[in-house]
Design a protein around this ligand. Sequence first.
Ligand code: FE2
Length: 375
Amino acid sequence: MSNTLTAAAPTTQTDFLPLEGTDYVEFYVGNAKQAAHFYKTAFGFQSLAYAGPETGVKDRASYAIRQNKLTFVLTTPLRAGNPIADHIYKHGDGVKVLALRVQDATKAWQETTSRGGKSYMEPTRLTDESGEVVLSGIHTYGDTVHVFVERKNYTGAFMPGFKEWKTVYNPTDTGLQYVDHCVGNVGWNQMNKWVGFYEEVLGFRNILSFDDNDISTEYSALMSKVMSNGNGFVKFPINEPAEGRKKSQVEEYLEFYDGEGCQHVALATNNIVETVTTLRDRGVEFLKVPTTYYDDLLDRVGHIDEDLEPLKELGILVDRDDEGYLLQIFTRPVEDRPTLFFEIIQRKGAKSFGKGNFKALFEAIEREQELRGNL
Ligand code: FE2
């Protein structure tokens, strides 16, 4: 407990990079058509827009899917020997773009690149009959990038280059609402570099820190710092492996992703029991903690509104901080490499990240690492 550092109160200086939230998360995948089907069927996303040869985009196919304020884009290359194909060859399926909504993508690019951000995309104006979208972008950890999206003058389904994607098959949603946070795994001794990057280039603050005394099991450890933008709409925790008796889960990720990258995307729901029941019934696989986790749960977290039985049956974890509590659960990796997974989270006042669950959770991850022979 004493090792958790909480940031000082925010300063009043003006935010040079005002963000309105996550615009979309783009995944580079081996087969976008099938991935879109998986996220619709299993996670409850709806068909939104498509880009590909039929819409004038010759090198790739992209499916945009949506659920409430969540937008995913699944992109696959149509040929070998290009950056998208190379990304998939190296990393497997994974997150390429964490796109952030801004009022002015040109200014966002100028502010960040003038502070040392490495340009990924100069401000680019895309237009069609529904108006214009301006995109720009910078690199972050690994091969991951941030794209700034200005869409205030656009009324189409997603963005120019895409056409509305209408399907006969439209499974119901699962109550997922928006991106709560996206976690990056970085290499040994690289966390402070990336904390500095988010502070200096994007104007974020470090709001929470966990060291290896907070996050360690009998076998392995990791360190984590949570970076937040000024209004708190965008939060990027950053993990670094720490020395332990055996291989840290972050090391396993770095080995199989072949570098730094996005470890998990946390998706918010207003009713975690209903959402997780539906996800489970549709084939999403979750990490399980031992049922003994629930024996003294209420002693640890006090009164909660939910019945204990469904939480126990589904494996949902609970943690409390000064402001309230949160419920969370983690999926298994959603590809064959032990890399990207999802968190489902419901916040009831708590603004933290489930520190009280770290030990139980990491022990659950290690049981799976052990089965893969990677512990
Ligand atoms: Fe998380």
